[in-house]
Design a protein around this ligand. Sequence first.
Ligand code: NCD
Ligand code: ZN
Length: 351
Amino acid sequence: MSAPSALTLSRPDDFHLHVRDGASLAAVVPFSAARFARALIMPNLRPPVRTTQEALAYRSRILAALPAGTDFSPLMSLYLTDQTAPEEVERARASGCILGFKLYPAGATTHSDAGVTDIRAVYAVLERLQETGLALQVHGEVTDPSVDVFDREARFIDTVLAPLAERFKRLRIVFEHITTRAAVEFVLGARSGIAATLTPQHLLMNRNALFVGGIRPHHYCLPVLKSERDREALCAAVRAGSPRLFLGTDSAPHARAAKEAACGCAGIFSAHAALELYAEAFEAIGALERLEAFAAHHGADFYGLPRNSGRVRLERTEWAVPAAYPYGEETLVPLRAGEQITWRLTAMESA
Ligand code: NCD
Ligand code: ZN
């Protein structure tokens, strides 16, 4: 088959997205709304989004930041803490727009200090999640500083995730932003009800990208980029087309000064070109025909949501990513800043 000059896909969803709050919202949400019908919004604000009431208020602020007439539906996740009340699960389910609770091991990533210190502290909440069918979204890394940073995901599987999936046999779990061969093997071999999201950066880059000619803070995210062997395992899994794997960008904006610092923040901003970057990644591995199901079907099916109507169109037209985008009073350096991207978004129709 010759390389297509355009791709038309069902409108996709982004099942892992950070949009922050306040002035940042208007700077970043329109990028996602231009490409995706829905997105699962991460709750790691300061203070975190812990209750249904807080999530509904946050959702309203996101909607208010959208250009008039935009058809985009934010879906929410609540931030799990040692203090989360089990009754919150029922309130969340009744809201109709909260898909689950997010487990951040305390200290694992950006704004995770209010996270869970010991998984046993949330067993009662997990029990309720399992009963209601809401999902647990998991940042899967151990926080023990003596564990090598490249091994923290694999260690988490052995010490936390695998035992958890056994203990709560009906709990629906999304292993977020998987980065390793170990995670691929775990998810593909796990019982039913377990899925994973994959980011564009982990499909496109390995850890060498952190050190090309010097240290590259805009390629730093958590979980950190892994080895080429790991990247190949992620690519092989999406090429095989497992319905357990779906799109979650983990687009995570930080102001330029917070990234280019002696202690730079973790997070890669990709919302400006998210679908285009996945198209590049899938094409590079000869799997463009798998993109639509990965981007528009598997996630909706896992979460029991209707698939979207409408289409998006990408054309094979190189374009240069700007060096930076405005970000409130500051600026934001996007993935591929100043470089070319092969695919360009040319249309989205919601009907
Ligand atoms: C995310 C952020 O900045 O909120 N950062 C990141 O590196 N991915 C948090 C997260 O998802 O770990
Ligand atoms: Zn994230």
